[in-house]
Design a binder for this molecule. Structure first.
Ligand code: TYM
Length: 332
């Protein structure tokens, strides 16, 4: 098999947290060494599926862009762009909706969860969200999609959409594989370890942000909910401790079993202290680099524009073929 075509997307909403970093962003950085190409997209059109302030959306987009660059994405080695800059994605969304089952969209866990959270409006965009995500991936003929565990069902649906398109219109689209890390695919909230770490609806104390400084990180990890007992082991009745073991393993780049062995005789206090130190070390370089990059919005825009141009070249080729296969527009 040749080099993978890697694609992933990240929302510009909220503040990026340790779950995003461990589950996704670090995989993007690794992916740019292997991908030919590796393509990463800040999905502002997905963000508007729930209520958001226009000015705030722009700010968060720059925040996200600066975090990705600070984490190590290099526009010389990957394609990094803003979804709304490449109109091909939205047109492809509509075309793909013709081969997407309404019933499949209705089954999406994320739609069910997010629609239950909305107080005022459950938008049709929230329902359509996975079709836009499919267009993102399929437009670039990606073979590999690095994501956290919560995106597994969306990637399955993308494969189903590609399959149905190809069956009906002939071999055109590529069925992508998800790439979900073995450790750290589902980082849990520090205060409620039964729910995943996320920016919506969670207490501040349960979420470590990528831009948190050492004091905040020590406070949040020191106050993390652990479980009864004293042992540092992964067990079904110890979701809090298991989560911290995974975080430490990823931060140190070791196997979780090594963490269990090292802390076999330690108490929770020492263990949490070690996790905090490792997370500080993991995130400090990102935070420092971010502080340098974030103020120069013109430079961020220039990088986004260059990325969009490259992404458009790829996506427009796929779109032209899809239109042609479907009998849309003048014959080619
Ligand atoms: P988003 O912006 O919610 O999340 C970005 C990435 O972070 C991962 N993630 C986590 N990983 C581990 N533990 C957690 N607690 C955690 N929370 C989030 C997510 O799995 C994701 O990989 N629908 C996507 C964005 C998207 C996309 C795409 C992804 C749009 N188009 C095409 C892949 C391909 C989303 O909302 O991600």
């Amino acid at each position: 098999m040749g080099a993978p075509i890697i694609f992933s997307g990240i929302q510009p909403t909220g503040r990026k947290h340790l779950g995003n970093y461990i589950g996704a962003i670090r995989q993007y950085v690794e992916g740019q060494e292997r991908g030919a190409p590796a393509i990463f997209c800040i999905v502002d059109l997905h963000a508007i599926s729930v209520a958001c302030e226009p000015a705030e959306l722009r700010e968060r987009l720059y925040d996200t862009m600066a975090i990705l660059l600070a984490a190590g994405l290099d526009p010389e080695r990957c394609i990094l762009f803003r979804q709304s800059d490449v109109h091909e994605h939205t047109e492809l969304t509509w075309l793909l909706s013709a081969v997407t089952a309404h019933g499949d969209l209705n089954r999406m866990h994320q739609f069910k969860e997010k629609s239950a959270e909305q107080r005022q409006l459950v938008s049709a965009a929230l329902f359509f969200y996975p079709v836009l995500q499919a267009a993102d991936v399929l437009a670039h003929r990606a073979t590999e999609v690095p994501v956290g565990e919560d995106q597994r069902q969306h990637i399955e649906l993308i494969r189903e959409i590609a399959r149905r398109f190809n069956e009906r219109f002939g071999e055109t689209l590529v069925e992508p594989e998800h790439r979900i890390p073995a450790v750290g695919a589902r980082i849990m909230d520090l205060q409620e370890p039964e729910r995943k770490m996320s920016t919506t609806g969670a207490a501040e104390a349960g979420t470590v942000y990528v831009l948190d400084g050492p004091a905040a990180i020590h406070k949040k990890l020191g106050g993390a909910v652990t479980d009864s007992g004293r042992e540092v082991v992964r067990a079904p009745d110890k979701p809090g401790v298991a989560n911290l073991i995974e975080i430490l393993a990823v931060a140190r780049g070791v196997d979780p079993t090594e963490v269990e062995v090292e802390f076999a005789a330690a108490g929770y206090g020492d263990f949490k202290q070690a996790v905090a130190e490792a997370v500080v070390e993991l995130l400090a370089p990102v935070r420092e680099r971010y502080a340098e990059l974030r103020p120069d919005e013109a430079a961020l825009e220039a990088t986004l524009a260059a990325g969009a141009e490259k992404a458009r070249t790829i996506a427009s080729r796929t779109l032209a073929e899809v239109r042609d296969r479907m009998g849309i527009g003048a014959p080619r």
